[in-house]
Design a protein around this ligand. Structure first.
Ligand SMILES: [Zn+2]
Length: 286
């Protein structure tokens, strides 16, 4: 049976229709509307994608096990939006709602770079940082559905102000936004291109950024000791520039590095479609 998955991002929504082999049959992309119009847009995407027996939705923010979006720093005016219940009423089918990074983690674990791992983590370096974990062969959601919010792990007391209201969150130092910030406002893609061409300033920016990325990954490795950490997000498009520097700093910052098996650091395989594919797979499974 075919399954629909929709990934709601801060700026765009991506919907996919997949078959039983997780092949994408068609996809729809739309700008993310204001929160009041979100359910209307999700219904429109479902109708455009065509016939499917299940629907899964990945949302950015704190999502309860009953599919209520409690808070979303990158979407405006989110107050306890019952996405699952409201969309079920419109579409007449069961709707599974999950955190977007948890959905992407599931996709990379089932059919991507962490396939066959019993213990794995996914870290998406986008505008912010989204993450998810698989521990002992189980996708982790936490007691309230909020596991994996390591973008808001504070790594610098009284550091840079974050969209969440705290200061010094890891995503202010290791996201795509942070890379641009370190480069004085230069776009991340341009930083990568200039560093690859030998620009000394940009090579330094990449090194500083990579150290912050590696610091969070080393902290994560101390918590769950995964076999593999999959790194996704826009930065992965330029993995040849970033990954060697991240690998170098990760090996330096990992606790007792000389006496242990190091988790593998891998680039994500499903790209920007991981969240939508994962939402579809979860919707079909649960
Ligand atoms: Zn924060």
């Amino acid at each position: 049976m075919n399954a629909i998955g929709i990934d709601v991002g801060g700026t765009k929504c991506l919907g996919v229709l997949i078959d039983e082999g997780a092949n994408i049959l068609c996809s729809v992309r739309k700008p993310t509307p204001s929160t009041e119009d979100l359910i209307d847009l999700l219904q429109e995407i479902v109708e455009e994608l065509g016939d499917a027996s299940t629907i899964g939705v990945g949302l950015p923010g704190l999502i309860t096990p009953r599919g209520v979006m409690q808070a979303a720093p990158n979407l405006k005016n989110v107050v306890q939006l019952s996405v699952a219940t409201e969309l079920e009423k419109r579409c007449g089918r069961k709707v599974h709602v999950e955190n977007d990074a948890t959905s992407a983690t599931y996709a990379e674990w089932k059919i991507g770079a962490a396939r066959d791992a019993t213990d794995a983590a996914f870290v998406g370096l986008g505008t912010g940082i989204g993450a998810g974990f698989v521990v002992g062969g189980r996708l982790q959601r936490g007691a309230h559905g909020y596991a994996g919010e390591i973008g808001h792990m504070v790594v610098q007391v009284d550091g840079i102000e974050c969209v969440c209201g705290l200061r010094g969150c890891w995503e202010r130092y290791a996201s795509g936004w942070a890379l641009g910030n370190f480069a004085g406002g230069v776009d991340g893609e341009i930083v990568a291109r200039r560093a690859a061409a030998g620009d000394a300033n940009m090579i330094e920016v990449v090194d500083v950024f990579a150290k912050w990325v590696a610091l969070g990954l080393a902290n994560l490795a101390n918590i769950i000791d995964p076999e593999v950490i999959v790194i996704g997000g826009g930065v992965v498009e330029s993995s040849a520039v970033f990954m060697p520097a991240v690998q170098k700093w990760f090996a330096e910052l990992l606790y007792s590095a000389e006496s242990r098996t190091h988790p593998r650091l891998e680039s994500a395989q499903l790209g920007e479609r991981a969240g939508a594919i994962g939402a579809a797979l979860l919707g079909a499974t649960i």
